[in-house]
Ligand binder design. Structure first.
Ligand SMILES: Nc1ncnc2c1ncn2[C@@H]1O[C@H](COP(=O)(O)OP(=O)(O)OP(=O)(O)O)[C@@H](O)[C@H]1O
Ligand SMILES: O=P(O)(O)OC[C@H]1O[C@H](OP(=O)(O)OP(=O)(O)O)[C@H](O)[C@@H]1O
Ligand SMILES: [Mg+2]
Length: 285
């Protein structure tokens, strides 16, 4: 039977989350013996464990059908692949940073400066568009050390909490672009693999929707129900169930995580009581 070959990072920031995503999609993978290639037990999928830098190339040439990696690597490698779905983890930004005691005014600061980075193509394009001439020093890793050892005047690298910059005496002066983990795919998958990809994507989306939503249940006097319904959209509309106590109902609904606290504040104002909030594991529309 044909299998969908997925490339994920062997060891690094995205490894655990990539395996967790497969697990949440009900795809069982055992990687106990640290093999670089394994098969899912209950889905026609083969998993290849690779360096993230190599994934765009392998997906382009069909060694892997799909892959999970940071968008930053997709942009840098400029391979001919389809970006299918953002995955909501591995969130970071690519930023310019300089020694913390330097005075920074604006981007012109970088005229004629040497910048160390593992992302030379992204950086070259960025300064090209801005019309600023910089010298790019390409490094494979440990970029934050470059200014301290006299290799460069600034760096362009991944930032998340900013603690690596601080530890290396640097300050972030420009956040250039945001990145997160994405699913990419080969551009000419055959029909069987395309269908497997659709099945996998269906599960990913159900998981993502669940992650981004909360299930809420509350009690309210019947007189408040119309106002509560106008606050709560739900999946279609809220479910209203009568309570044993006369004149009261229980209202069930789904709320987007990013609107959650605003909705709770509004509900309190219209007499909702005993509000319970639960995580949603999967959500299928
Ligand atoms: N601090 C961070 N917070 C969130 N996401 C990050 C962070 N650092 C990196 N990432 C994301 O995770 C990806 C993998 O990062 P990692 O540091 O493991 O890469 P790597 O050292 O190049 O790994 P590999 O050995 O596979 O080449 C990055 O390309 C980026 O998209
Ligand atoms: O802003 P922060 O939260 O400090 O994160 C940024 C750091 O995280 C990544 O490195 P990682 O720790 O994955 O190690 P690596 O350099 O070995 O890839 C990245 O390359 C930065 O150095
Ligand atoms: Mg890498």
């Amino acid at each position: 039977m044909e299998k969908l070959k997925i490339a994920i990072q062997k060891s690094g920031r995205l490894s655990e989350k990539s395996l967790q995503l497969l697990n949440e999609c009900g795809i069982k993978v055992s990687n106990g013996d640290r093999k670089l290639r394994t098969e899912a037990r209950n889905f026609p999928m083969e998993i290849l464990f690779l360096r993230d830098d190599d994934i765009p190339q392998y997906v382009e040439n069909g060694v892997a059908d799909i892959g999970i990696l940071g968008e930053n690597e997709v942009w840098e490698k400029e391979k001919d692949v389809d970006e299918i779905e953002k995955l909501g983890f591995g969130n970071c930004r690519l930023s310019l940073a300089i020694p913390k005691d330097e005075v920074y005014t604006n981007l012109d600061y970088f005229h004629g400066k040497r910048i160390a980075t593992s992302y030379p193509k992204i950086l070259k394009k960025y300064f090209g568009v801005k019309g600023i001439d910089v010298k790019i020093e390409e490094l494979g890793g440990s970029v934050e050390i470059a200014t301290g050892i006299g290799l460069a005047d600034g760096i362009f690298d991944i930032v998340s909490t900013g603690s690596t910059l601080i530890m290396n005496g640097l300050k972030e002066v420009e956040a250039i672009i945001k990145s997160e983990a994405v699913l990419i795919a080969n551009k000419s998958l055959n029909e069987v693999k395309q269908e497997l990809l659709e099945r996998f994507l269906f599960r990913i989306r159900a998981y993502k929707r669940g992650m981004g939503s909360k299930y809420i249940v509350m009690n309210a006097p019947n007189s408040s129900i119309p106002r509560i319904c106008s606050i709560l959209p739900g999946m279609k509309s809220p479910s209203i169930l009568p309570l044993a106590e006369e004149g009261w109902s229980s209202v069930h609904s789904v709320v987007q995580e990013d609107q959650f606290w605003d909705v709770i504040d509004a509900l309190k104002d219209v007499n909702a009581q005993g509000i319970l909030v639960m995580n949603i594991e999967k959500m299928i529309l």
